[in-house]
Each structure stands twice: as C-alpha cells, then as structure tokens.
Design a protein around this ligand. Structure first.
Ligand code: PMV
Length: 321
C-alpha cells in the first residue's frame, strides 16, 4: 500500500486566457487530494472515493486495457479512468489496482480538484508499477488526460499540482515554477459546482462571436500577468492586489462571474481585502482574496453566504506521503 497526495491551486492571474496560449500565474495550496493505492493480483480496478460524491466501484479491464464503467458513473469517473488508461497505454502494461481517494478540496470548485485527482492517480499508478517517470512527464500525461476529458484545457492546473510552488504557464512555450511568495490569501467558496468544461465552452463561444474584442481582453490579461509577476518578485502586495482586481473586471467581461461570486468579491474588498477575484473557471466555485486581515476577510465571506477556506501557499507538488 502506498499513499500519494497532490495539492490544489489558485490562479493569481490568467485563467481562461491561458487556454488560448496567453500566460497565467498560479500557485499550489496546502489543501490536497490523497490516494491510497494497492496492487491487486487479479485484473480488477476498485475505486473507493471517500468524499468525491460517488460510491465505491469495481471496474473490469478487458483485453484491450479498456476500463469498463457502468454508464451513469462514466462522467464523474472519467478523469480517473482516463488517467489509469493513459499510463497503461504509455508503458504498454497493466495491473489490478485499488484506489482509495479523498480530498480536502471542494469538488468542481475552481481549485483544480480534477487535476489533483488526475495527477495523484498517475503518480500512484506509476509507483505501483515501479516506473521511474519524471514529474515533467506526469504533468504532460495529466494535461493530455484533462484535454481528453474537457475538450479544451491548459497545462496550468496539471503542471501546478505536479510541481507545486508558484508557476508561470504559457501553453507549449513556458512552464516554470519557483518557491511560493508570502502572500496572505483567503479563499471563498460559493459551494456551487463550476463545471470547467462548460465555462471554457461558453468563453469559446463568446470569442467566436466577438473575436477582436476577446483577443484584446486576453492581451490585457497577458499584460496584467507580466506586471503581476514583477509585483510578486518585489513582494509589492498592493500592486499584486490591484492587478487581481483589474483581472477580475475582465473575467466579468468574459461572462464567467455571477451574483454569488460578485457578493463574495465585493464583501471581501470592503472588509480588509486589498484585492479579490474569481479563481479558476468561475460560474460558481471559488474566489480568492488578498489581505493581511485574514480573520476579517473570512468573516466577510461568511456574511456573503460563502465558506472561507483558510490556506497557505505551498512548495510541495505531488508526493508520496
Ligand atoms: O476551475 P479550475 O480549477 O478547473 O480551473 C480552470 C482554469 C481554466 O483556465 C478556465 C481552464 C484551464 O484548463 O486552464
């Protein structure tokens, strides 16, 4: 039996634009998804999701390494199923597996929970198989799985959860990570699921109808991300926050904001946050507020009917516990 875990993440700048090749800055947080994995001598795959919202499942593999799932479960389990299949296909191998999955992260909540499940599944499976897969390759395989499941995706979530720390990602061009900065943040969850696939699709449609306008918005996000990186390097909290607020305005223009998120954003800004914005896909999920007065910000989140998630940034990516 081995146990691995992978961290969730927040976006400081650049979600959505990152899908189209613009840069984003994200950071791993100390809320993790944990998988206990055990090799099974028969070819069965047993999934025991503790709190991912579905029941235990026994899955059969056929000769072609196809993992067969009962129909109604397919959607929820697609990330896990495709991750196991990916690593089996990549290394032309297979094994029986029992995976027990639990998570500190809200499911579908804009903190990259799907990426944590994908990366922890890949990592646990490669450990069981005794493979020497470098982390960069795990991140790449994870990105391919997310793309397969979601249609469109950026490598940001999977790279950040694999490597940990503060990451800067520009699709196919730049993937780097470094130690996280000291930035006081509080996350606010709306408690409402945000289906990344649907929101990415909505932004794609908006872009299709207004190509010039959306391109300019993405270019502005790129400029925000560049200046944000400099502000982070200098430790200039006010500038980091100001740029988060500008980024939020553009996320609103992209149509991914809603009343619940807006309430959290404005309540926190009025109660100690220097800056606050949606993190991730939007449409529900979470926002993130920057400010030293963490207690006051957490109270504001509660007042706005949200759930505060106190968290710290972490340098620890996917790891064996
Ligand atoms: O909501 P999350 O944590 O899945 O983040 C989605 C971020 C997007 O930029 C909207 C999509 C992506 O794959 O980068």
């Amino acid at each position: 039996m081995i146990e691995v875990s992978a961290p969730g993440k927040i976006y400081l700048y650049g979600e959505h634009a990152v899908v189209y090749g613009y840069p984003a800055i994200a950071c791993a947080i100390d809320k993790r998804t944990t998988i206990k994995a055990k090799e099974l001598k028969n070819n069965e795959i047993i999934l025991e999701p503790k709190d991912l919202g579905f029941r235990s499942l026994k899955i059969k593999q056929n000769q072609n390494k196809e993992i067969e799932l009962p129909n109604k479960e397919i959607k929820k389990l697609d990330y896990i199923k495709k991750s196991i299949k990916k690593i089996f296909t990549e290394y032309n191998t297979k094994t029986g597996l029992k995976l027990e999955i639990k998570s500190d992260l809200p499911v579908g909540g804009g903190l990259g929970s799907s990426a944590t499940v994908v990366i922890a599944t890949l990592y646990a499976t490669k450990e069981i198989l005794g493979l020497n897969t470098p982390k960069e390759k795990i991140a790449k395989m994870g990105y391919e799985v997310e793309k397969e499941v979601q249609g469109e995706a950026s490598p940001c979530d999977t790279f950040t959860t694999t490597m940990g720390g503060l990451t800067k990602v520009r699709k196919d061009k730049e993937l780097k990570n470094k130690k996280p900065p000291q930035i006081p943040l509080v996350i606010g969850s709306t408690g409402k699921k945000s289906p990344t696939k649907k929101l990415v699709q909505e932004v794609k449609e908006l872009k299709g109808e207004n190509p010039g306008i959306i391109k300019n918005l993405f270019k502005t996000i790129e400029e925000i991300t560049k200046r944000g990186e400099k502000a982070i390097d200098k430790g200039d909290l006010e500038k980091i926050a100001e740029l988060m607020n500008i980024n939020q305005g553009i996320l609103d223009a992209l149509g991914i904001n809603n009343q619940k998120l807006s309430k959290l954003i404005y309540y926190t800004r009025k109660n100690g946050a220097l800056g606050s914005k949606i993190t991730g896909a939007g449409g529900g999920g979470c926002m993130v507020a920057l400010g030293e007065k963490k207690e006051k910000i957490a109270e504001a989140i509660k007042l706005a009917n949200g759930e505060p998630i106190k968290t710290n940034l972490t340098n620890e990516g996917v790891k064996i516990n």
